[in-house]
Design a protein. Sequence first.
Length: 490
Amino acid sequence: MGRSMGGSLIGSILGGITIYRRSAMFFLALGVVAIIAGLVFKNKLNAVTFDSNTLNFNLSKTGEVYLENAKVPFEQFVTSTTYRYRYQVVNRPTEPIDQLTVVVTLPQSGDEQSIGHRIISNGQVTKTSSELISPLAILFSATGVSPQSQISIEFEVPKSFITQAGSAKVKQFFTKLPAEVWLAISVAMPIITLLTLMLVALKRSHKVVASKTAQTSLPSRLSPAMVGILLRGRLTTRELSSTIFHLAYRGHIIIRQLRREEYRFRRRGNGGALLDYESVLLDQVFGRSGEAATTEEVNLSLSQEVFSKRISQAFVLAYKKINELGYFYTNPLTLHRRYQTAGVAMTVLGIIGLVINILFIDNAYSIFLWGGMIVSAILVFIYSKGMPVRTIYGDRELSKWLSFKNYLSSSEPINYTARGQDLYLAYLPYAIVFECEQEWTRRFYHLPFSSPQWYLADNISTIDKFANSIFPIFGYLSHALYISSEPSSR
């Protein structure tokens, strides 16, 4: 059995953050789609279409500009005494325009001394003009508009003409902030989030060392999955794999290898007592024991949604069980969900903010704020996996199991006994949880070995061949779980 059996494979399994990374990637992809849609919609919104060559804009008392009943996104510039508005009314028309007329109606009367106005073009027109035709109206006109023409209108009114709502004032305040301020906020937000999460994690975490009392047998009756939760605060693919092996060893499952990394599973009905989550797991995968055909094999395929729905229902009970034992102050699953919900909420808020920013706020720099919020959400996703905190009883229990881990990973060969192979198979699920299945296997290299009844494969005559045959199941289960969802996510 070479290092390739579990080294790079298992490292890649453990290197991934399943539901946290999947959730973040999903919402980021959703955000990209929303941003693209927002840009497309904004372009349509900014492009005024009209059937005639006469446009009638109306400036409201609150500062919005309307074309008939549709709000038009005029650029607004604020000075100490005036509001200035600008809008491009022609952008390379498909056909020449002989005469273009634009009328802007004002909210109150003014004169040439108080009202400013002009028409701006790129020179591809015969003539342009603007004038105050009445105290309440400005007329902009252009003749000989060619298909290469670009024409904008601009007018300026005293601040007394406009009574802005509170929301408009807030928008105006943020619009005027310089790029440096937005950039500083966007950088500070994830930094503050990271520091806060690290402080919380440091406060919650403390190093647990192995008990000085050597443990050469199971310290307690905890199942491999529950030991994994005690060790990591969450379930991973190792706990799933160890549970499958543990159930097989105890006589509940038969595993058959068809070819490398392709397996079939069959339920057996004479394996003895089951924990509640194990019973639910078997019932969900194979059907209830009274209904399941023991000769029917199951392929844990993605089409069955075994990993996304069925397994998660069973492992929720595992979280509940270990929490009832008093090993954690808060159910780790509940804590994961709290942080995950916060991360999702921050991501959604950041996406909504990006879209609103693109559509309605004329300040590209404020996008940094929403980008910083999304980065903060990703940090919440990542760090939430380490938040569960063990009680003093949990630390004591883990200390015993860490001492047992030292026994499993020892380099000293196991002395020959009649039950040597049974000892290896009994402790193998726990070695998988502790990431020392290779070390545990090597301790039995010199002993005789025959394939167990619960594992069907060709040419298994040594423990080395057995390990190289069965350990790829890690990748098989990991791949299915990774592209579906982690049990703790439901």
